[in-house]
Write a protein that binds this ligand. Structure first.
Ligand code: ADP
Length: 446
């Protein structure tokens, strides 16, 4: 996704409601604080809140200094940093207090690559009748590693601290040797646990070369590396590789929603399995592709939206239906991932938490969908961002904080009622589709 910022962007701490958005004299029932200055989506969410006369934004530094940093108790909504860093979880949602925060504690079990691999491996062990939906993955540590191997570390993620992320180099080398002997695909993609936007990602053939890369390029790093089986037979569009980005909203009170619009991110060089070093052919991250001389050769912004993809499929693969044959698989993967993480999410998030995730997926040439990773701080295509932000507010915020005139009038999710005389619908029309409710997740294992 483009790392671009909206033209209205200003760091959150300096962002004040523009003059034409000030609602002098109106009662502002709710306040929000935004401590995130990089998320384009949450900057757009803030702009959407400015349009609501009953919201007021409180600059974080002012409340921080006024109350010695323990200010968050007084805000109704906290737009925390996209990685949850410094979010005041212990201060919010006290007895009888309705508050919301845009981050779910425990999310890293899905959003860190090695953790996700472990989570889904455990899910598969518990569901032996099911097929894997994420490529085979091994956790490997560089030989010169700057931290404990799956031991005790305050800075490591939960799974690592629990000792779940032990080094699997031997098992990986064995698997790779077997593949060589059997003459089956032996290309892998190495990804650092915390990496994003294609940084620290490398496609390598063979076990020894992969380990050599990890030891040489990542030595001194304090991150585990997820070595994932490379999808060697991707579905191509006119000879180009692509991945699929789908946005997922998890609201602990409501459930799991998928955004109906998604986007395909295409590469800029034709797919070339004989040249694994060509990142423009193999890594479809937008920020990598933007550097390519072939950028936008095929489509604008190297992006194809679901409506365009539907039209493409009708011509190129008339037997394949986007909803029935592809998105059904995507939705299953989403529900299973969240379901696997649900016990942890449930335990850690009692009050008002919600979070937007970016699911990155790929299709192979048999139209089988593979989950590559879950991004905890997703960007959104420029074309979709305003509507996406509006829908997040509609679904997760308006329902909890109805306009004062509508408060108590029973505005409910999906009710479509207009918000009093303010002209806003309380959690009404939006483009999120409910996949599974939180009450179902509480009882069922998916
Ligand atoms: P990042 O967080 O850096 O975006 P990803 O896991 O999304 O990491 O990988 C970056 C890119 O690498 C993806 O967009 C995709 O094009 C490619 N890629 C990642 N994993 C695989 C895989 N298992 N098979 C084929 N391509 C992959």
């Amino acid at each position: 996704m483009p790392p671009s910022r909206p033209s209205s962007y200003r760091p959150a701490s300096h962002r004040l409601r523009p003059a034409n958005q000030q609602h002098a004299g109106k009662r502002q029932a709710y306040s929000f604080v935004s401590v995130d200055d990089v998320s384009t989506i949450y900057n757009t969410v803030a702009s959407e809140l400015w349009r609501r006369t009953w919201w007021r934004e409180v600059p974080p530094d002012s409340i921080g200094s006024r109350l010695g940093g323990s200010c968050y108790r007084e805000c109704d909504l906290i737009l925390a940093q996209c990685h949850g860093r410094g979010a005041p979880f212990n201060e919010i949602g006290g007895a009888g207090r309705v508050q919301a925060i845009n981050y779910l504690q425990g999310s890293k079990t899905m959003t860190l690559k090695a953790e996700l691999a472990m989570l889904l491996r455990e899910w598969l062990e518990a569901h032996p009748d099911q097929e894997p939906f994420t490529p085979l993955t091994y956790i490997i540590y560089p030989r010169k590693w700057n931290g404990p191997r799956g031991g005790n570390s305050g800075s490591l993620s939960l799974a690592a601290r629990r000792g779940r992320l032990s080094d699997e180099r031997e098992a990986f080398l064995w698997e790779s040797q077997l593949r060589d002997q059997q003459g089956i695909g032996n290309v892998w993609v190495a990804k650092t646990n915390h990496g994003s936007k294609g940084s620290g990602v490398r496609v390598v053939e063979g076990g020894n070369q992969t380990c050599n890369f990890i030891d040489a390029a990542l030595q001194g790093s304090s991150q585990a590396v997820a070595v994932q089986k490379y999808v060697e037979d991707p579905l191509l569009i006119l000879g180009y590789k692509f991945d699929v980005r789908v946005w997922v909203l998890v609201d602990m009170e409501l459930g799991v929603f998928v955004y109906r619009q998604g986007v395909l991110r295409l590469s800029s060089s034709p797919y070339d399995p004989d040249n694994l070093d060509d990142t423009f052919s193999h890594l479809t991250n937008h920020c990598i592709q933007m550097q390519s001389p072939g950028y936008e050769n095929l489509v604008q912004g190297n992006e194809m939206f679901f409506d365009q993809f539907r039209r493409y499929l009708a011509q190129a693969h008339p037997d394949v239906d986007l909803d029935l044959d592809i998105l059904n698989q995507v939705h299953k993967h989403i529900v299973r991932t969240v379901s696997a993480a649900w016990p942890l999410l449930r335990r850690k998030n009692r009050h008002g938490g919600f979070q937007l995730y970016g699911y990155d997926l790929m299709l192979d040439s048999d139209f089988r969908v593979w989950l590559l990773e879950v991004n905890g701080a997703p960007a959104a295509a420029d074309r979709l961002r305003p509507a996406l932000a509006r829908d997040i507010v509609s679904l997760c915020i308006d329902s909890r904080f109805p306009p004062p005139a509508a408060a108590g009038k029973g505005i409910s999710l999906g009710g479509g009622g207009r918000g009093g005389d303010n002209g806003f619908a309380g959690a009404s029309a939006h483009d999120f589709q409910l996949l599974v409710s939180s009450s179902s997740l509480d009882i069922h294992d998916y």
